[in-house]
Design a protein around this ligand. Structure first.
Ligand code: GLC
Length: 515
């Protein structure tokens, strides 16, 4: 969209999960002042923007995605003054600020939900309440995305309420005018604080069909290929009634209207099926700038997935690329052996592919996925499926900055155990280590305009994928060797590679050539 003159068309965005970034108060949990303190570090990486996961008032049942006041800073993270200082510091460092907006649901401790429980009918209409069936059972077959039924009984109202995620996150009825006005005000509130864009949590879940009909079954192939979703029966259903009924994507026009033309808007698709098709729908003119889907991390950005992406999403500036987040286990362990080699392989791949790129805090250090014991775990989703769960806690183990028992993250006891190898800490990284490589990859990406490129062809042979790119009239060729055998692309020495390469490519190397 041409009107966003001061946002790069395809930003590189650094995701900060504040609770695990840097603790300046000794509580064992990170805070906003920690982000301010490390603004220079973030800017030096060479990213364009910072995405801040929720720091709003929350009982923290779902790590802050259960919001009890959407327009206030939770005291555990600091104050509104801290937030304002953070925005100013980011802008001074040349970074845009993107914050999460969790509009799909509230916490069950939100005053609106508490009022609904106490019998305030106008508040109740902001959610979805249903009487039980005659035999007391659930109103329909809808499931929550975390596995259990999407309905929880409330004894005061003697009714069930609907929640697409945890029972502690009652889903809002986004067609309700009072809810829309509340969201409009929240978005304006943060724009007035200087926020440049938003990441809309679970944007594909916003609308449900008021008929409340049972979802039909999905085809077996859909759930067979899921990684995180394979734990849950959610992918056994075709979600035709509980999400996106009619043109659910058109709802994004409200988000655009409320946020303004100049805001950069990113949507999270949690749907699993048909997700790539949704990218196009949600990013039509007047809607969001980009969407990201679970396909890339769930399928390890393998040749089949990338091929599908290139075939189905014609404009890659609409697709946010990523491999790790606070929701997914760290990719170099799930899709590799946890080595620096694999961290470089994926970062090179993300740097050369067109479109926005989201980097999750710590991946630039080559952090692997730690294993936590049941006693150490706090995430309700990990705990439901223990010990096989998705590993969201592992992905949230705090960032190692330096030495000592808490690696300079905190002077207290970290809220999740930190057992990193000492060479992963920021202080131990060098120009030659993973961090140095991320900085070079980000710099090269910007300098050569790779994010603005278009894919002109791709082919896969065995475990090697070759992608032809056109960047402003210049031809480039990227080759990704996913396997462990050495291959010879026959192109001579590459322009840039994830590991030393003179012509032959070692296993697990990504490289790019100027043709
Ligand atoms: C999004 C968030 C995730 C959260 C869920 C419900 O997927 O990224 O952390 O649990 O929404 O809010």
């Amino acid at each position: 969209m041409g009107h966003k003159s001061d946002w790069p068309a395809n930003p590189a965005i650094y995701q900060v999960y504040p609770r695990s970034f840097l603790d300046t108060t000794g509580t064992g949990e990170g805070d906003l002042r920690g982000v301010i303190e490390k603004m220079g570090y973030i800017a030096e990486l060479g990213v364009d923007a910072l995405w801040l996961s929720p720091f709003f008032v929350s009982p923290m049942v779902d790590g802050g995605y259960d919001v009890a006041d959407h327009s206030a800073v939770d005291p555990r993270f600091g104050t509104m003054d801290d937030f304002e200082e953070l925005v100013a510091a980011a802008h001074d460092a040349g970074l845009k600020v993107l914050i999460d907006q969790v509009l799909n649901h509230t916490s069950d401790q939100h005053p609106l939900f508490l009022a609904a429980v106490e019998g305030d009918e106008s508040a109740a209409e902001c959610y979805l309440w249903q009487d039980p069936k005659e035999d007391g059972s659930l109103p329909n077959n809808w499931l929550s995305q975390f596995g259990p039924p999407a309905w929880t009984w409330n004894h005061k109202r003697r009714q069930y309420y609907f929640h697409q995620f945890l029972a502690a996150q009652p889903s809002l009825n986004l067609r309700n005018e009072r809810v829309q006005e509340m969201h409009h005000q929240e978005i304006r509130f943060w724009r007035d604080k200087g926020v440049d864009g938003f990441r809309f949590d679970a944007v594909t879940s916003y609308l449900f069909d008021e008929s409340l009909k049972d979802n039909p079954p999905s085809s077996p192939e859909v759930h067979e290929k899921m990684v995180t979703f394979r734990f849950v029966p959610y992918s056994y259903q075709d979600h035709v009634y509980d999400m996106l009924p009619g043109d659910g994507a058109a709802y994004a026009e409200n988000l655009r209207k409320w946020a303004g033309e100049d805001a950069w808007l990113l949507g999270e698709s949690t749907s699993g099926n048909n997700s790539l098709k949704l990218v196009k729908d949600f990013t039509e003119e007047g809607r969001l700038d980009a969407m990201y889907t679970v396909d890339m991390p769930e399928e390890g950005a393998d040749p089949e997935m990338l091929g599908r992406l290139f075939d189905e999403v014609s404009d890659l500036s609409r697709y946010g690329k990523w491999m790790s987040s606070h929701d997914q286990p760290r990719h170099i362990s799930v899709r590799g052996d946890g080595s620096d080699r694999d961290a470089r392989f994926f970062s090179m791949m993300m740097a050369v592919l067109p479109g926005p790129w989201m980097i999750y805090q710590g991946e630039e250090l080559g952090l692997p996925q730690p294993r936590l014991s049941r006693e150490e775990s706090v995430d309700p989703v990990d705990l439901i499926f223990w010990p096989d769960g998705p590993g969201r806690d592992g992905a949230r183990v705090p960032v190692p900055w330096g030495e000592g028992p808490a690696f300079g993250f905190s002077e207290g006891s970290p809220w999740l155990p930190m057992r990193w190898e000492s060479d992963r800490a920021v202080s131990a990284q060098t120009e030659e280590s993973t961090l140095g490589f991320y900085r070079r990859a980000l710099a090269a990406r910007k300098e050569h305009g790779w994010p603005e490129g278009t894919v002109t062809g791709h082919k896969t042979k065995g475990e090697v994928m070759t992608i032809d790119l056109d960047v402003d009239g210049r031809a480039w060729r990227a080759v990704f060797n996913y396997g462990t055998d050495t291959v010879s692309p026959g192109l001579g020495a590459p322009f840039m590679a994830s590991q030393h390469c003179v012509g032959d490519m070692l296993g697990r190397t990504a490289a790019i050539w100027k043709l």
